[in-house]
Design a protein around this ligand. Structure first.
Ligand SMILES: [Zn+2]
Length: 269
């Protein structure tokens, strides 16, 4: 029998016919599954309640030609707090959209499931004002694992490290005239040293401000509880929320070549 069992996160649900649901799931091994839950919306059934968006379930599925069918489901974690109001749901939608885009059918990815679950737990813990930081942290970590990590300490053009560069600057300060710190460019993939950024014009829209770069670096390196602490301890972080989301939007567009609708919407709020 072509049945199989997996732990999975419910990423999206769509109504099908009168009583069924189509679910998009992120399986524990990182692959995306699409499955039908037959009769899930019939009155009196608890099937649907266990398949709320962002809930983690142990599911039994039957392999179909196109879509698989969910035959049994046991709740592991309802993640209820992560969808407690409209704001949390709106930010959660970024996670759903991202998973749908990057998790592929039949392709394993060991990091995506634990990372996404950790992000949703963090979404559930924080108040609305910290959500942009949790979401940006999720996206930046996931992007880095997928091979599109922003280069922060090294010139993306010549490979010189920021430290080496500062040393050379000090040594040759009398002979060459190289001012400045370089720039952080989205299209170039990160920091571009003063020497390399001298070639050609970079568009203003492409250059990222220093405080945003500092947050990007922190968000990639810190775990979610630490991100939550850093946000609480910072008095002016809130003012950067829009810029940070806009950075993630532009970065994903430039390097993963996909447009995140949910993110573009949030960064304009
Ligand atoms: Zn360079």
């Amino acid at each position: 029998m072509a049945t199989y069992k997996t732990r999975a996160l419910v990423v999206k649900k769509t109504k099908l016919k009168e009583a069924d649901l189509i679910l998009t799931l992120l399986a524990e091994n990182g692959e995306q599954l699409r499955a039908v839950a037959k009769g899930a919306r019939k009155p009196g059934t608890t099937f649907s309640a266990r398949l709320e968006i962002f809930s983690i379930v142990d599911a039994m599925l039957y392999k179909g030609r196109n879509l698989d069918t969910i035959t049994e489901v046991r709740s592991v974690d309802t993640n209820e707090a992560s969808r407690r109001d409209l704001e949390h749901l709106s930010y959660g939608a970024v996670i759903s959209e991202f998973v749908e885009k990057v998790a592929l059918e039949g392709e394993e990815n060991p990091v995506l499931f634990p990372l996404t679950c950790a992000a949703l737990q963090s979404v559930g813990r924080v108040e609305a004002d910290a959500l942009p930081f949790v979401i940006a942290g999720y996206l930046l970590k996931a992007i880095s694992y997928l091979g599109y990590k922003p280069s922060i300490g090294q010139c993306t053009v010549c490979g010189a490290s920021k430290e080496d560069y500062a040393q050379e600057m000090a040594e040759f300060a009398d002979e060459v005239d190289l001012d400045g710190e370089g720039v952080f460019s989205i299209s170039a993939g990160g920091w571009v040293c003063p020497l390399c950024s001298g070639f050609g014009e970079l568009e203003a829209d492409d250059i990222v401000s220093e405080p945003v770069v500092a947050w990007v670096k922190a968000l990639i390196g810190l775990k979610f509880p630490q991100i939550e602490e850093m946000f609480s301890a910072s008095e002016d972080a809130g003012a950067l929320a829009g810029e940070l989301l806009s950075f993630c939007d532009k970065w994903i567009y430039a390097h993963l070549e996909t447009h995140m609708r949910s993110l573009a919407y949030l960064s304009r709020l």
